[in-house]
Design a protein around this ligand. Structure first.
Ligand code: NAP
Length: 284
């Protein structure tokens, strides 16, 4: 931007033409909506999760928008599958500009710390934290060679404050927030920006046990300033902002998108402690 020339449009900085994005958990929920949003902003998109048919359905929607899409089945708990995802991405597109680490689980929802066994610990740490770490490492190396890239991690407001019934999940998401800061600090020198979004309660399969229960829905609504759950679509513009030049001087930050739930998070979850709901079961 300079006074002598016509000024660059502020809005154009949100656009992502020619960019390549990799979105994990792109088969449904928040990840699918983010993938479609990035494609609408102009990016080609690589999608990864375990279930190929679901990924292919998202890929089809993206190709209908005139963008390229690649569906790569991957269990992101497993290092060789992460390595394969990195390889497939570079073989197909030759570069990755945007990484959205989003696939996550909360199979311990409603479970006391006393009842967390080693299996639950492993599943949650491996998907929510190890997967984010090693995919960032693999894609980060590509971004270092490019001398550019943006990484967006889906954290959670649970990672910002300990909450009864979401303790295990909170530990993993606090790790994601610190991972975001660590990578931002180390990789800023390679022009790689790393930020996180911290959603509150968003209507997806992950939170189905809550939004299908009218009593719990009322409790959450009463404890949220905007008085309602969020929709996956409400995450998308924040991700486009973080992925694009619009946020060119922002790194290491966690953007809270919770409808004003965060200040009251202690009150609402204390009521969940004995309800024992669980998130999606882990099949592999
Ligand atoms: N919904 C909320 O209120 C909320 C709030 C805060 C943060 N978040 C975070 O947002 C992210 C997305 O959540 P969501 O609500 O959209 O959940 P969701 O609807 O359950 O979607 C989870 C996604 O992760 C994929 N996935 C699950 N296990 C996987 C594995 N082992 N390897 C690879 N992919 C796997 C799933 O696809 P496959 O089944 O095909 O593998 C799916 O695409 C998560 O990190 C979650 O913790 C959600």
């Amino acid at each position: 931007m300079s006074s002598g020339r016509e000024r660059e449009s502020f809005l154009d900085k949100f656009l992502l033409p020619g960019k390549v994005a990799l979105v994990t958990g792109g088969s449904r929920g928040i990840g699918k909506t983010i993938a479609l949003g990035l494609a609408e902003a102009g990016a080609d998109v690589i999608l990864a999760s375990r279930k190929l048919p679901d990924l292919e359905a998202t890929a089809h929607e993206i190709s209908q928008m005139g963008r390229k899409a690649l569906a790569v089945p991957a269990n992101l708990r497993n290092f060789p599958e992460i390595e394969n995802l990195v390889k497939r991405s570079i073989d197909e597109f030759g570069r990755v500009d945007i990484l959205v680490n989003n696939a996550g689980t909360n199979i311990a929802f409603g479970t006391s710390v006393f009842d967390i066994d080693e299996r639950i610990w492993q599943i949650m740490i491996e998907l929510n934290l190890k997967g984010y770490f090693f995919l960032s490492q693999g894609i980060g190396r590509i971004m270092r060679d490019q001398n550019s890239g943006t990484i967006i991690n889906t954290a959670s407001i649970r990672g910002l404050m300990p909450t009864v019934g979401s303790g295990m999940y909170a530990i993993t998401k606090a790790g994601v927030i610190m991972l975001t800061q660590v990578l931002a600090e180390e990789w800023g020198q390679y022009n790689i920006r790393v930020n996180a979004i911290a959603p509150g309660m968003i209507k997806t399969k992950l939170t189905e046990p809550v939004w299908t229960d009218s009593m719990r829905t009322k409790e959450f609504d009463d404890n949220t300033a905007l008085g309602r759950f969020g929709e996956p679509e409400e995450m998308v513009n924040a991700v486009i902002f973080l992925a694009s030049e619009a946020s060119s001087y922002m790194t290491g930050q966690t953007l809270v998108l919770d409808g004003g739930q965060y200040p009251s998070v202690r009150r609402d979850v204390s009521r969940l402690r004995v309800k024992g709901a669980s998130g999606e079961s882990e099949t592999r």
